[in-house]
Ligand binder design. Structure first.
Ligand SMILES: [Zn+2]
Length: 209
């Protein structure tokens, strides 16, 4: 656990949360997301997705080590407590239904439940859902194609529609890669009247690492 490398939030892109090497300027947007339009206002991540973080997240998702979610949530509270407390609802990015059946748990939901118990912010584990079967993302070449494929698939469940309006919502996920899935979630929430949506993730992928 000693070699977990936290992202210094004063040296992170204000949109996607990736570490940047320039310090001392007021607004930092990294070159990778300068041209992209996410539906969420920003992402913050604890770690860069590599080495031991990558191994831990793999165990968390695929080896039934769901209790690692408590550790990640505790780190989130200690390092990003003020950011988290600025939101009214905690909502996990939904899993593909088949994946949920195989795994038996939504890893982002484990984190959300723990964050909720530590902060008192309501957690809605089933507010978002995935409709039908998405085409495999890897078969779609452009980011735009991938985004519209995903956008049609994610929706706010009818019984929760009244809970979203006017709310500041913090989306939770394990890893932010392209931001497409989180953008599709955020789009669905904003369509339902959410005031603002941000993303909090355990780790952020970084190109070339
Ligand atoms: Zn960025």
């Amino acid at each position: 656990m000693n070699n977990l490398e936290f992202i210094d939030s004063s040296m992170a892109c204000i949109r996607c949360g990736a570490p940047v090497s320039v310090k001392g300027i007021e607004v930092i947007v990294c070159k990778n997301c300068g041209g992209l339009n996410f539906s969420f206002i920003k992402n913050e991540s604890l770690f860069v997705y590599r080495d031991s973080v990558k191994e831990l997240i793999h165990k968390f998702k695929f080896k039934s080590r769901w209790k690692l979610g408590f550790l990640f949530a505790d780190f989130m509270i200690s390092r990003k407590g003020a950011f988290i407390r600025g939101y009214d609802l905690l909502v996990p990015v939904p899993l593909n239904p088949l994946r949920f059946l195989k795994r038996g748990y939504n890893q982002s939901g484990i984190i959300g439940r723990r964050l909720s118990s530590l902060t008192g912010i309501p957690f809605y584990g089933n507010l978002l859902s995935r409709r039908g079967w998405s085409k495999p993302q890897s078969g779609l070449k452009t980011l735009k194609g991938r985004y519209s494929n995903m956008k049609d698939r994610i929706y706010v469940k009818r019984r929760f529609k009244g809970n979203v309006s006017g709310k500041r919502i913090l989306l939770l996920d394990d890893v932010m890669t392209t931001g497409i899935t989180a953008s599709a979630c955020s789009y669905a929430l904003i369509e339902c009247g959410a005031d603002e949506v941000a993303l909090l993730t355990v780790a952020r992928t970084v190109k070339g690492k």
